[in-house]
Design a protein around this ligand. Structure first.
Ligand code: ADP
Ligand code: MG
Length: 498
């Protein structure tokens, strides 16, 4: 049954949305949070295990120092207070993919508390997202339901469990209720998630690939009549795993809740899930704040003591943060806001930077990655990074153009050759014998023929009307199979019409 929805514009006029995001980031440590089991994506099921990740009796957890250091770095990037003493707690619940029947998390003494993140919106405004905490916890395993439709538990005849992921370190970043977002709530959530992704990548603490589940978010949404009212009842949409999904979830929940509230109904405090196919959220389990996980300090783990000196050490290792880096590169490249936004939207910042480092001009690098190569990536349905061409290749093509060895047309053919797996640009050029014809008799002959075939154009050129020059260049290009240098052709033509 389709749910009633209010038009988005009306809903945000009538109500004030409040959102909250709980973001899980899977850390890219080589081993698990409490045992030395190695972690690789895509390993054979149940091969990355120790007695600790299976929760076998008598096994004891020992905390992974790298994971704690990663958490501290993230805390610093989010302007959090880093607790001198933090503590792991047991969050008790039964779930078949968690063999201990409790998750080890942090409760009242998280490692990072009380921070914020400034995110940049489409129009350049900065919105400050307040952060409640960023705590360390371990992940559960993975259930696979077999025999039903699309891996759903409904209709399945049996289920399998893979404990490879059980015990992988996560950081959960919890925002305070985000107020004042108004109709931009979806955009702010999307920008926030992308900013988190960029930060964890810059810190090199997570692969941060949403499609591989390295990052996922629980999306809380509530409405109230006015910003001076207390918070309304929220819904919590679990495990949304794409940026678009998060934006769409918020939009949908605002529309759904507005329709209910405006008819005098009540919002259930429940968990929901985002269904990508129908672009809707669907109700799940009704949840109250009284959900009792019987948290208590894990007696198997000592408290974490993080000294001021250690925090200073971590600070010294902090790389440049993404927003500062973007601003610096924008200046160095001489791009305006719009150009920079195009680069970011194309997810081409790293590629551009590497291409410039390899010797290309910023505008040359941008021309290829945002033009020809973006089209190719789109057609193939892959990301720019997945194209079989490197920043060094692109820089080499640019150099061949600058040296007058390739014109635009040949450069495009060279890039096509690289993409087709024919080798580096140099190799492609040699293989096809690409060469700009700029100074030999062949070019002059081709010009003579083009002029002789177009007496009317010659008349125009002689009278100072240069518009038809392109037609002559085109004719010469055809005659030389695209190998003519347009500048050289122009020069020869000018010499002949004097
Ligand atoms: P739980 O762990 O049960 O989901 P939390 O107290 O950790 O509950 O809150 C989850 C998230 O929801 C946080 O980001 C919080 O800021 C946000 N939140 C809390 N109350 C509301 C509300 N009324 N409307 C929107 N977001 C809320
Ligand atoms: Mg929650």
């Amino acid at each position: 049954m389709a749910e009633k929805l209010m038009k988005y514009a009306d809903a945000v006029k009538k109500f004030d949305p409040v959102i909250g995001l709980e973001t899980h980031v899977e850390l890219s440590t080589t081993t698990k949070l409490f045992c030395p089991a190695e972690v690789h994506f895509g390993g054979e099921p149940n091969t990355q295990l120790t007695p600790v990740s299976l929760g076998l009796p008598g096994s004891l957890p020992v905390v992974n120092k790298t994971a704690v250091d990663y958490a501290i770095k993230l805390g610093l990037a989010l302007h959090c207070e880093i607790a001198e003493w933090s503590q792991f707690a047991r969050k008790n619940y039964f779930y078949p993919d968690m063999p201990r029947d409790y998750q080890i998390s942090q409760y009242d003494k998280p490692t990072n508390g009380n921070g914020y993140l400034d995110v940049e919106l489409e129009d350049g405004t900065i919105f400050r997202v307040p952060i409640e905490r960023a705590h360390i916890e371990d992940d559960a395993g993975k259930n696979t339901h077999v025999g039903g439709a699309d891996g759903r538990i409904e209709g399945a005849d049996h289920s399998l469990v893979d404990y490879n992921r059980a015990g992988v370190p996560l950081i959960e970043i919890v925002t305070k209720p985000i107020e004042g977002a108004g109709d931009r709530a979806p955009e702010i959530a999307g920008a926030y998630m992308r900013a988190i992704r960029d930060i964890v990548r810059a810190l090199n603490i997570s692969h941060a690939r949403m499609e591989q589940g390295n990052m996922r978010a629980d999306v809380n949404v509530s409405l109230r009549n006015s910003p001076s009212d207390p918070f309304g009842t929220r819904s919590e949409t679990k495990n949304v795993n794409s940026f678009r999904g998060i934006e769409k979830t918020i939009q949908y929940e605002i529309r759904r809740q507005a329709a209910i509230l405006s008819e005098g109904g009540e919002i259930l405090q429940e968990t929901r899930h985002w269904d990508e196919a129908s672009q809707t959220t669907a109700g799940g389990r009704v949840k109250s704040d009284a959900d009792d996980y019987r948290y208590f300090p894990d007696p198997d783990l000592v408290m974490l003591h993080i000294t001021k000196e250690h925090i200073e050490e971590m600070k010294a290792q902090m790389p440049e943060m993404p927003r500062e880096r973007r601003n610096r590169l924008k200046g160095e490249w001489g791009f305006n806001d719009l150009e920079m936004r195009d680069v970011l939207n194309a997810d081409a910042l790293d590629l551009l930077e590497d291409t410039v480092k390899a010797g290309a001009s910023a505008s040359g690098a941008k021309k290829w990655w945002l033009g020809e190569l973006s089209r190719e990536a789109n057609n193939k349905g892959v990301s720019l990074e997945e194209l079989p061409i490197t920043p060094a290749d692109v820089a080499e093509v640019e150099k061949l153009i600058a040296d007058g060895k390739l014109n635009d047309k040949l450069a495009k053919q060279t890039v096509a050759g690289v993409l087709a797996g024919e080798g580096t640009p140099d190799e492609v050029v040699k293989k096809h014998g690409f060469q700009v014809v700029s100074d030999d008799g062949a070019l002059e002959k081709a010009v003579d023929e083009a002029l002789a075939a177009n007496p009317d154009i010659v008349e125009k050129l002689k009278s100072g009307n240069m518009k038809p020059m392109g037609a002559i260049i085109g004719a010469v290009m055809r005659a030389t199979r695209g190998q003519a240098d347009a500048k050289a052709v122009t020069k020869i033509v000018m010499g002949k019409i004097k």
